[in-house]
Design a binder for this molecule. Structure first.
Ligand code: BES
Ligand code: MN
Ligand code: ZN
Length: 498
């Protein structure tokens, strides 16, 4: 899927192709942009003014082959107030630019990385490139007939015109691994479950070894030995065996406690014996988005050689209703020793996560654990698709996540925990049951996980609404979003690298 190529060149070298330029709310261009527009500059400014184009952030204006300009097409993109632009805005501008040119016949696109305030800093230009790359992503590997605009030979070549190409290239080299991570996560979530079953998922995660990540794959026998009765109970109804993958990136100081990320990897969730209705069940191929995010994050950390010790752990299973499937009423023993009465086999994610959380907590004593899971439909009812639900036993960690969310645009909203909710999962027959009744479904799911984290600072992100069936945005046109990779990469970069 090489549908995108990015390079950097100096302003002065801009020659031909489709030209993308930025203007502010007064339809003003930067000095370099005016130079590139040459004798067409005045004409373009008049055209922009007569279109009553307000230059609002993300708005666009198309001009076909303006007289006096070598470019075949000119795209003007508003950047609002240049002084207010943040990283996530540059990312968005890159996405907007790509959206305007991706279906074009010409294969050369030049984006002039300048606002009326001056040339973009290398990091900002890299962010524009990042956004363009995310927008260019499409998952079409199973389409045997490509559309016309895709038969041009694949790649759209985007050149970012910048003040200093070497500096911009260096900034991009620090960012491109995170883009790769987001795209890796999107690919995994988009893959159908007949292709991506637990063993295959584990195999794809082992590809991180080439970046220096240590990857261990535990099979069913290994997990039996560890006593992971909760996770294995979910997987036992499937012909496909479960896996647990532990990834370690040691970029920090020797002996420094790691940070840990844990993902729900249900490759397909039929609901099991408590089977789901047919409508939209196909979406449950994405029930491993938490695990996909963790893999994408590990890729990002390793690619940019993050100065942190990080663990990524994913429980990978398939929830199916065959003759060996677990039943409502069954009681399983988790690795922690706590027993669980299965009320609803469709509340399987927490059963997978509880054993992984306990295992990682015990084995690594991490600084914190953050788990990601498409855990409940209830979180979509509560928050829609704009925020992920966040539950945490630690104010510092949750504040940091909230801030990283605002910075990246992958936002989280903190939800409550408390003893009254915890009581709702007490069981008549075992230590707890796996559902808490009709009310507060996302909260009781989080209370369940809380019982397995001990004293470790922990946050649970319920990403059922944000990871798949995603709203179409300037930086994502795919069913899966790769949600969380940028958020957690930012969290690590801001607070956990020495
Ligand atoms: N994977 C689902 C949650 C889900 C639903 C994710 C829709 C994305 C979109 C989860 O395993 C599940 O089935 N949860 C149940 C819990 C219930 C049985 C307590 C739910 O949300 O209905
Ligand atoms: Mn389920
Ligand atoms: Zn599920």
């Amino acid at each position: 899927m090489p549908d995108f190529k990015l390079d950097f060149a100096a302003f002065a070298s801009v020659q031909r192709g489709i030209l993308v330029v930025f203007c502010d709310e007064h339809a003003k261009f930067g000095v370099q942009t005016r130079k590139i527009l040459g004798s067409a500059a005045a004409l373009v400014e008049r055209a922009v003014a007569s279109e009553r184009f307000k230059g609002k952030l993300g708005s666009t204006l198309d001009l076909i082959a303006p007289a006096g300009l070598r470019a075949s097409r000119l795209v003007v993109i508003g950047c609002g107030k240049p002084r207010d632009l943040e990283d996530k805005d540059y990312l968005r501008l890159g996405g907007v630019a790509m959206g305007k040119v991706s279906s074009s016949a010409s294969d050369v696109v030049v984006v002039v990385a300048e606002t009326p305030d001056g040339a973009m800093k290398p990091e900002a230009a890299a962010e524009v490139g990042f956004g363009a790359r995310l927008r260019a992503y499409k998952f079409d590997r199973y389409k045997t007939k490509k559309k016309d605009d895709e038969s041009r030979g694949g790649a759209v070549k985007v050149t970012l015109a910048v003040a200093n190409a070497a500096n911009a290239r260096k900034a991009w080299s620090l960012r491109s691994g995170t883009a790769d991570g987001v795209i890796f996560a999107r690919d995994l979530v988009n893959e159908p479950a007949n292709i991506l079953y637990p063993e295959e998922f584990a195999k794809r995660a082992t590809s991180l070894r080439k970046l220096g990540v240590a990857v261990e794959v535990l099979d069913v026998a290994d997990m039996k030995k560890l006593g992971m009765g909760a996770l294995l109970g979910v997987g036992q109804g499937s012909r496909r065996d479960s896996r647990l993958v532990v990834m370690r990136w040691n970029g920090g100081k020797r002996g420094d406690k790691p940070v840990a990320f844990i993902g729900k990897g249900v490759c397909f969730d039929t609901g099991g014996i408590s089977i789901k209705p047919a409508a939209s069940m196909e979406d449950m191929k994405g029930d491993m988005a938490g695990a996909a995010c963790v893999v994408g994050l590990m890729q990002s950390l390793a690619a940019r050689k993050a100065k942190v010790n990080a663990i990524g752990a994913i429980g990978i299973v398939e929830n199916m209703p065959d003759g060996n499937a677990q039943r409502p009423g069954d009681i399983v023993t988790s690795m922690s020793g706590q027993t669980i009465e299965i009320i609803n086999t469709d509340a399987e994610g927490r059963l997978v996560l509880c054993d992984v959380l306990h295992y990682i907590g015990e084995r690594f004593s991490p600084k914190f654990m953050i788990d990601l899971a498409t855990l409940t439909g209830a979180i979509i009812v509560a928050l829609g698709q704009e925020y992920a639900g966040m539950f945490s036993n630690d104010d510092k960690l949750s504040d940091r996540l909230t801030k990283a969310g605002l910075a990246t645009g992958e936002r989280v909203w903190r939800m409550p925990l408390g003893p009254e909710y915890d009581k709702m999962i007490d069981s008549k027959f075992a230590d707890m049951k796996n559902t808490g009744g009709r009310y507060g479904g996302s909260i009781t799911a989080a209370q369940f996980l809380h019982r397995f984290v001990g004293k470790t600072p922990w946050a649970h992100l319920d990403i059922a609404g944000t990871a798949m069936g995603s709203p179409q945005t300037d930086t994502n046109r795919s069913w899966s979003s790769g949600w969380g990779v940028r958020l957690l990469d930012q969290l690590v970069a801001d607070h956990y690298e020495d």
